[in-house]
Write a protein that binds this ligand. Sequence first.
Ligand SMILES: *[C@@H]1O[C@H](CO)[C@@H](O)[C@H](O)[C@H]1NC(C)=O
Ligand SMILES: *[C@@H]1O[C@H](CO)[C@@H](O)[C@H](O)[C@H]1NC(C)=O
Length: 232
Amino acid sequence: LAHVPTVYLFRLIGQSEWSEHFPDCGGTSQSPVDVITTQTKYEPSLIPVTPLGYSQHGNQPFTLSNNGHTVIVELPEWMGFRGLPWFFTAAQLHLHWGNGGPGNGGSEHTINGRSADAELHVVHYNSELYTNMSAAMTQKDGLAVFGILIETGDETNPAFNNILNHMSRVRYADQKAFIPAFDVQSLFPEDLGRYYRYNGSLTTPPCYQSVIWTVFHERVQISKAQVSQLMS
Ligand SMILES: *[C@@H]1O[C@H](CO)[C@@H](O)[C@H](O)[C@H]1NC(C)=O
Ligand SMILES: *[C@@H]1O[C@H](CO)[C@@H](O)[C@H](O)[C@H]1NC(C)=O
């Protein structure tokens, strides 16, 4: 997960050393996880997430940036969702991908040991308990992140072109570009009622154990050409 002030630090040290520098990275709730479906339990009290405002993109451009690790789209604060005991306000979304090409992994979460080609994270903070993202991210129940697994399919997914077509403008760390606002919900899978929920953490240092994860069962597909665009 990006959007943490120390994101550059972890690039200098190996993952096994993270916990020496960031005590939380040795915590018991470290993300990502391999979801072993036979070890999940149906929980009737969990309800589908209800997205609010993601389709109302308005006319102001979005900001796309490269933090040296991933590409980030900042999200307007009227976007958020219900489905947890608190309202969560959207902050940003970002992508994770590998370099091996289609079929060679790239997602952070895996299901039964199987990775997807890429993964979209939509990051929210608990705006009922905290005033902003930085205040929330160190606190229990502070953040809620959607994990959306992306795999290679036959067809172009036009929703993802809203990001992919502008990636060349932020090829280098610290670059920023304005991109036309778009319907963010069109990036999501259709079925928001089937997901894996667990209490976890930021996937990169400082690894705060503050994230309520929702990893959707349904994957979204982008074309092989789009996967290549992501990796180029
Ligand atoms: C976030 O909220 C905290 C606590 O209310 C405040 O001290 C801090 O300045 C805020 N940070 C930003 C970036 O707005
Ligand atoms: C997460 O932790 C809270 C307690 O803080 C607990 O009520 C909840 O059931 C946990 N969620 C999952 C999916 O384990």
